[in-house]
Design a protein around this ligand. Structure first.
Ligand code: NDP
Ligand code: 13P
Length: 331
């Protein structure tokens, strides 16, 4: 298989490193200076320090306008930009007959569209065979070859098969799923919930409170997913419960770290700056809540996160607000 990964942040680099053991892989990035540094050091010191790039991994930079030609020479393209870059990438690849998957997790915050990846694709690249690669997967662990399970989600068998053929191996298991909306809702909402559990843990509220947030958060995620046409069982799988547990409890999570830092009294700007990486939950919390409101779906935890991020609720008050809600049935 010939794979091209578009975007050399932590996750794009880790996926390229993982696949390069068995396939011909090109890692494309938009910044020529950064590409030179990767080639000189054989390491992505900015986004994935400490991981050697395999000798066979090709690194290329270049104009985005050249991407259709580059991608056309491969069997699979993986778009590894944040959500903010997905629309432009899909637009560039709209007429390329190569299965394409994105790995970003969120609802589009830009221009207030509030769309998931597959909805953006329907607008800008309806003929492209597209899908998402998701699931509980910290980049560093994948790059180190630690065991990880992913989900290849697409209505197109060609995309699911290409993802499984490329990434499934001794340390990565890739499960196919045709419920793309469900997989995308899970990946987006868990980031918002991880900010809440980071806050909860940072305030020292205890393990009972964290378990309550995760479980009630899963209920919120599922309600929104069902309203968007997803299947309920998807939320009990890797891209739902699996990724929620990982991100809400694992200290490698950037979203969880935002919550921890806010609990320490840092401002949102300070927290985001200190990460050096994207934390999608910060950008999409508001769009999650707005989209849910339009659908009549109640999301109290996500709503509290939005008010926290907006500076309307101090950390302790956000938790008090959630715990002080009126008694209700668990359903
Ligand atoms: N890291 C992880 O463990 C995982 C991340 N993800 C998801 O993958 C996506 C990327 O995350 P990650 O690699 O960690 O992010 P990083 O912050 O590590 O890197 C971001 C990368 O995207 C590029 N970029 C930033 N903005 C744009 C844009 N508007 N258009 C095109 N490229 C852009 C950056 O390039 P430049 O340096 O030129 O700005 C950089 O290469 C996110 O949606 C994340 O939620 C999913 C699973 C695991
Ligand atoms: O999506 C991820 C793990 O599956 C990474 O989460 P963070 O973006 O919070 O680090």
């Amino acid at each position: 298989m010939k794979l091209v990964v578009l975007g050399a942040g932590a996750w794009g680099t880790a996926l390229a490193v993982s696949a390069a053991a068995r396939h011909e892989v090109t890692l494309w990035l938009r910044d020529a200076d950064q590409a030179r540094e990767l080639l000189a050091c054989r390491e992505n010191r900015r986004y994935l320090p400490g991981i050697a790039l395999p000798a066979g991994l090709l690194v290329r930079d270049g104009s985005a306008q050249d991407l259709p030609q580059l991608v056309a020479a491969h069997h699979l393209a993986v778009i590894a930009t944040p959500m903010a870059g997905l629309r432009a990438m899909l637009g560039l690849l709209r007429d390329v007959p190569v299965p394409t998957a994105w790995v970003c997790k969120g609802f589009e915050a830009e221009a207030g569209s509030g769309l998931l990846g597959h909805e953006i694709q329907a607008q800008v690249a309806p003929r492209l065979a597209g899908g998402a690669l998701s699931g509980p997967s910290f980049a560093l662990e994948v790059a180190r070859g630690q065991p990880t399970a992913l989900v290849a989600a697409s209505p197109h068998g060609s995309v699911r098969d290409a993802l499984v053929d490329t990434f499934h191996g001794a340390t990565l298991r890739v499960y196919a799923n045709d419920d793309l909306p469900g997989v995308e809702v899970g990946g987006a909402v868990k980031n918002v919930l991880a900010i809440a559990t980071g806050l909860c843990d940072g305030l020292g509220l205890g393990l009972n409170a964290r378990a309550a947030l995760i479980t009630r958060g899963l209920a919120e995620m599922t309600r929104l997913g069902l309203a968007l046409g997803a299947r309920p069982d998807t939320f009990m799988g890797l891209s739902g419960l699996g990724d929620l547990v990982l991100t809400a409890t694992g200290d490698l999570s950037r979203n969880r770290r935002v919550g921890l830092l806010l609990a320490q009294g840092r401002t949102l700007d300070q927290a985001v700056q200190s990460l050096g990486h994207v934390a999608e939950g910060v950008y999409c919390a508001r769009t999650v809540v707005e989209r849910a409101a339009r659908l009549g779906v109640e999301m109290p935890i996500a709503s509290a996160v939005v008010r926290l991020l907006d500076g309307e609720l101090p950390p302790a008050a956000a938790v008090a607000e959630l715990m002080g809600r009126q008694a209700r049935s668990e359903r």
